[in-house]
Write a protein that binds this ligand. Structure first.
Ligand SMILES: *Cc1c(COP(=O)(O)O)cnc(C)c1O
Length: 398
């Protein structure tokens, strides 16, 4: 049988009646290389964005050796896949059992926290360990980001001093971490946050060993075209260098989206068309959670052997479940002659796409197929990737 190798080929050759996940290891490898080579510090991968084992191994091959994990299941998963990886448990509210298992069974030494109660919990669960790196999570603004992460976690800079002093006492290395919100559209998000870090360090008068600027690095979506990532790196590096910290202090980051968005897309089938609304076979309970619940826009294109010459128009989608909420407003720009039976590719779903899928109403994922064509957009277009390291075409289970 002819091996499908690109989105159109997969649609044409397999006529899938269920959504198909397309995987692009070369795109994830390129993203990993980019961060490993160009970020002026250590890059972790935030596993929650997409916990696919194949992706995690690909990122490792691309030079990502440290993983931001946020649950005991993520700790176990990455430890089993990558025995030599460094794991950092960066969820500020953890179960004591999870801390103890991470510390005693999986070699985790880095934990984040944002209050004295969690600090006491980490100390107790690790039985007073003296080799901890404790990262105090500071609350910073999400003003430049498309998805806020400002409400749930983080100590305000005005309350940070006692916590930093207590964490200093309990730690071998002390860090300060934050998250500017996901999809930060300007590097100023990081320089603003690092000003707060400066204020916190000054008010506490402590020695800080690690500055962790978190995730938030943007990918490219319709209507959301950020500047170059290297510009973000430059702004972060300059602000980091100006902090009152020792020369040996380390700079870390924890991208989820930026390392995984280009890794996956889906092929869906149009089951019915009603004016400008397409009833497709994946949706809010599948890979399109963000499209439905936070009106995230994703690129869409028609997969037809003979391309349509009709002008694009704006469509919305209904997903396959019986739920009214299974609605993706879009707009998704597609040729005006789209009809039932057509296949569409919806791109940039490697981050917070496949990771969100449920089996609600009996609709779940179909096949996963590795393809070698380019993702629908890329923040890493010109980055060199050695072809020998690209995973060969095969079917994966994930
Ligand atoms: C979700 C999360 C990340 C990843 O964020 P992105 O916006 O996907 O880069 C990093 N760190 C923490 C603590 C998170 O909760």
């Amino acid at each position: 049988m002819h091996k499908p190798y690109n989105a159109l080929g997969v649609a044409r050759d397999t006529n899938p009646s269920q959504p198909v996940t397309l995987i692009r290891p070369h795109a994830a490898l390129r993203a990993a290389r980019f961060f490993a080579e160009k970020f002026p510090g250590t890059t972790m991968y935030a596993v929650k964005a997409n916990p696919s084992p194949d992706l995690i191994r690909t990122l490792w091959d691309g030079g990502i050796k440290v993983y931001d994990v946020a649950s005991i299941a993520e700790v176990r998963l990455v430890r089993e896949l990558l025995p030599d990886a460094t794991l950092c448990f960066m969820h500020p509210v953890k179960a004591p059992e999870a801390i103890a298992e991470a510390y005693f069974e999986h070699g985790v030494r880095t934990f984040s926290l944002d209050n004295l109660e969690e600090l006491a919990k980490v100390v107790a669960a690790t039985k007073g360990a003296t080799d901890l790196t404790l990262c105090v999570r500071l609350r910073v603004s999400s003003a430049h980001s498309k998805l806020s992460l400002a409400s749930k976690f983080g100590v305000g800079v005005e309350d940070a001093a006692p916590l930093l002093m207590a964490a200093r006492q309990a730690s071998d290395a002390l860090g300060i971490c934050f998250h500017v919100g996901s999809q930060a559209m300007s590097p100023q998000a990081y320089s603003d946050a690092l000003s707060l870090v400066r204020a916190a360090i000054v008010s506490a008068g402590v020695t800080v060993d690690v500055i962790d600027v978190g995730g938030g690095f943007p990918s490219i979506y319709p209507g959301m075209e950020p500047g170059e990532l290297t510009r973000y790196f430059d702004v972060i590096h300059a602000a980091f260098e100006a902090l009152p910290i020792s020369y040996s202090a380390e700079l870390w980051c924890e991208p989820g989206r930026a390392l995984s968005a280009e890794y996956a897309s889906i092929i869906v089938r149009v089951e019915q068309r009603r004016d400008d609304v397409l009833y497709i076979n994946d949706g809010a309970y599948g890979a399109l959670f963000d499209a439905a619940h936070v009106d995230w826009r994703f690129p869409a294109r028609l997969l037809r052997d003979t391309p349509s010459h009709t002008k694009d128009m704006a469509f919305s989608f209904y997903g396959p479940t019986c739920d009214d909420m299974d609605f993706m407003r879009g707009p998704f720009m597609l040729p005006a002659d789209v009809q039932a039976g057509d296949y569409l590719e919806i791109g940039m779903l490697g981050a917070y796409g496949s990771a969100m899928r449920t089996a609600f109403n009996g609709f779940t994922n179909g096949d996963t197929v590795v393809v070698t064509d380019e993702p629908m957009d890329s923040a890493y277009g010109d980055t060199e990737v050695t072809p020998s390291v690209v995973t060969p075409i095969r079917k994966v289970n994930s």
